[in-house]
Every structure is written in C-alpha cells, then in structure tokens.
Design a protein around this ligand. Structure first.
Ligand SMILES: Cc1cc2nc3c(=O)[nH]c(=O)nc-3n(C[C@H](O)[C@H](O)[C@H](O)COP(=O)(O)OP(=O)(O)OC[C@H]3O[C@@H](n4cnc5c(N)ncnc54)[C@H](O)[C@@H]3O)c2cc1C
Length: 385
C-alpha cells in the first residue's frame, strides 16, 4: 500500500523578534498562514520600542507599560520560542539554542546590535540610556539631579537611531525647565559626527538652531573614548576632558557574539546585498541592525528590509516574480521638545549620496508617531489602542 506523507511545509527560521523579525513573521503569516512553518526565536520575553526608553527615562510612562509581551503574538503558521541562540551554521542553515537544534529551509538573521561596554573603558561603571536596564537606572537617578553638568555622550558610530542623543538633550532641557532648575544646569551633546544628522543638512541645521536657543552645547567630531568615573570625567578621543555630574551614555555597538562566532560577519556586521538582503550563504538573509545594508541602524529600516525578504520568501513558496529590491528609504520621528515631533524622510539609495528631507516639528507628527506605535502593536501583537 502506498504511503502518502503530508506535504512538507517550507521551514522559515527567523532569529530575533525585534522590528525586523516581528514584521517578517507578521507579513509571512498574513500572506501564507499555515502554508509555511515559521519559527521565531528570541531570548527575551517582550519587545520594547527604542523610543519608549526616552519616554520612561523622562517619566512619561513606566517600563512595564511599554513592554510588549511575546505571549501576545498569535499568528497562523508562526511559533515564537523563548530560547537563546548559541550557534548559527549558515551553510547547513541550522541553529543551536539553549534548548536544541532547529533546521531551516530559509534562515533570516535579525538579531540586532549589542552594546560593547568593554570598548569604552569606564563605561560599565557609568550610566547609559540605550539598554532597558540603563534607561531604568537613569530614570531613577534623574530626579536626584538638582544642578550641574549633564553630558549626552556617544562612544562610537554606527549607533542606533542617530537622532536619539539630540532628542535626549532636548527632552532633558524640558524636564529641567519643568523642575525649575534649568538655569542651574548645563547640557552638552558629544558626537562622533560633524553635525547631528550628517545625511540631512536641513535637519542638522534645525537641531543646531534649537540647541543654540536652549543653550545646549554641541561638541562635534569626537566620540567619548573613556570615562574616569572616580573624577566624573568623560575623556574624548582627542584627549579633551568633559566633566559631568550626570552622564547619558550611548555605548559602542557590535553584532551579537553568536553572529561573530558564526563566521557570517565581516568588519563587525553581516554583509548583505543591499537590494535583496541576501547574505553570501544560499537561502540565508540578514535584516536590520545586525547587517551592513548601507542604511542607518533604526527600526524603520529593519522593518522595511524585512518586508522585502518576506516578499522574496512568499515568491519562493508560491512561485512568481521576485519583488522590487529594497529602496533604502525610511521616515524617522524626532522629539524636538516643547511637546513637538519633527520628521525626517531619508533616501539612502536613489541618489549619489543619501538625502534627508526635514519636516518641521508639529502636533501632527506627534499624532503620526503615536499611530506608528499603535499600528505595530496591533499588527504584531494584536493589542488594540
Ligand atoms: C533610545 C533609542 C531610541 C530609538 N528610537 C527609534 C525611533 O524613534 N525609530 C526607529 O526606527 N528606531 C529607533 N531606535 C532604534 C531601534 O530600536 C533599533 O534600530 C531596532 O530595534 C532594530 O531592529 P532589529 O530588528 O534589527 O533588531 P532588534 O529590534 O534589536 O531585535 C533583535 C532581537 O534579537 C534578540 N537577540 C539578540 N541576540 C539573541 C540571541 N543570542 N538569542 C536569541 N535572541 C537574541 C534580542 O532579544 C532582540 O529582541 C531607537 C533605539 C534606541 C536605543
């Protein structure tokens, strides 16, 4: 008697449930449902929008209120496992976690960027706002800050969300004004770049003008190289000492160790074809902060790249045309203080060099940013409002 096996479903394994992994899994489920077996692996139990860290740093919300628990993710064809990826074999498309081995027909690495505290001596003993724990710690310290020097210091590029240090300085200004102690405080922003947002001169000009109006010092062209915590001094790459009373650090970034150990990374991150997000390993893709795509490290780029990989995989499963390539575009919201938000529309691939069009701060963009969050909460997690 013939033995009929059930048709074997294509196995798509997605490493990381951040902006890229969540968007990819959602699009695949919407289009393919149970036709595929999508496995998403993340070591955490919840997703937090990067910008939410600023919200609780400045007391606008609580850490618990902005954590989106993965247990809410319920989608046809998708399983989300809480496991830590310990090894990736991109040739065999096999992933070893703390719970076992998962084999894939199509593998997508969306593990984001980690923070490299060892790269900046003293930073581990200082304060930073890029990790959830770091932002929580600064949120505890901020109410005790009653005057002195606050320094927002970037320890190296590339770093996630290039506007975030500028946003932090502007929101800090408002926070100190509100407390009635702004006149007793100085605020400085130390950046490795010559301007706040190099691909967008108009955004940089608007930020520098706003800094000048609010007496915020901009220290360009040098990262923070080390911190002397005993003396409360940030030492810049050219040897300049910048004393501080409260330090808002942005750590150097690096790909997660498991990515480095997999042999997929070159110069720190995974090289991909900027249009297809394909790595040099067949049927292995990388999206978002873990990859070298040619765009900044920000969620809006990760999710747009994920959509291209989703369309490619849908075409592979169903047959059909490959999608148009990734276009290197994205719109980022920038907190400008005074309760307003600006927008920058960037295009990294169309022209000879990247462009970024600045849209002035407005209440409309406040509402648009809120919609940006709520649509993703609804699509990815099924959480309405
Ligand atoms: C203060 C701040 C403000 C920001 N503001 C914005 C903003 O306004 N707009 C914007 O677009 N972006 C913003 N960002 C940047 C944004 O958060 C990131 O660029 C984005 O999350 C990257 O998406 P990703 O999918 O590439 O990686 P991530 O979202 O970082 O996801 C990677 C996932 O991989 C998991 N992971 C890592 N290693 C392992 C492992 N070994 N095993 C299992 N799981 C693992 C992690 O737990 C994580 O969930 C901000 C960032 C910060 C810090």
């Amino acid at each position: 008697m013939p033995h009929y096996d059930r048709p074997v479903k294509p196995r798509i394994v997605i490493l990381g449930a951040g902006f890229g992994g969540l968007e990819l899994a959602t699009t695949l489920s919407e289009e393919l449902g149970d036709e595929v077996d999508v496995l998403v692996i993340d070591k955490g139990d919840a997703f937090v929008f990067g910008y939410s860290k600023l919200d609780y740093l400045f007391g606008r919300t609580t850490p618990d209120a902005v954590k989106l628990a993965y247990r809410h993710v319920a989608k046809p064809g998708v399983r989300l496992l809480r496991e830590t990826v310990a090894a990736i074999d991109p040739v065999a498309k096999a992933v070893t976690t703390d719970a076992g081995v998962h084999e894939a027909d199509h593998l997508v690495v969306a593990l984001g960027a980690d923070y490299d505290f060892d790269a900046t001596p003293g930073l581990a003993d200082a304060t930073e706002f890029y990790s959830v724990r770091g932002a929580e710690r600064l949120a505890e310290l901020l109410p005790e800050f009653r005057g002195g020097r606050a320094v927002v210091g970037v320890c190296g590029a590339p770093f996630k969300c290039p506007p975030a240090p500028s946003e932090t300085a502007l929101l800090l200004h408002d926070y100190l004004e509100h407390k009635g102690i702004r006149a007793d405080c100085e605020i400085s922003v130390v950046m490795p770049f010559p301007t706040p947002i190099p691909p967008s001169p108009s955004t940089s000009a608007a930020l520098l003008q706003t800094f000048a109006e609010r007496d915020i010092e901009f220290v360009p062209g040098r990262p923070v190289a080390s911190l002397d915590v005993a003396r409360s001094v940030a030492v810049l790459a050219d040897g300049t000492d910048v004393p501080y009373d409260l330090f808002f650090g942005v750590p150097k970034h690096r790909a997660p160790d498991v990515v480095i150990e997999s042999g997929m990374a070159v110069d720190g991150y995974i090289p991909v074809d900027g249009r297809t997000l394909a790595t040099r390993f067949p049927d292995v893709y990388a999206v978002g902060d873990v990859a070298t795509v040619g765009t900044p490290k920000a969620g809006v780029f990760s999710e747009r790249q994920a959509r291209v990989v989703a369309r490619t995989l849908i075409a592979r499963v169903r047959g059909g045309e490959s999608p148009d390539g990734y276009d290197g575009r994205g719109s980022c919201y920038i907190e400008f203080g005074s309760g307003l938000v600006a927008r920058i529309d960037v295009d990294f691939f169309s022209g000879e060099s990247p462009t970024g069009t600045f849209q002035a701060p407005s209440a409309e963009f406040v509402a648009e940013k809120a919609r940006f969050g709520s649509t993703r909460r609804a699509r990815w997690f099924g959480i309405e409002a």
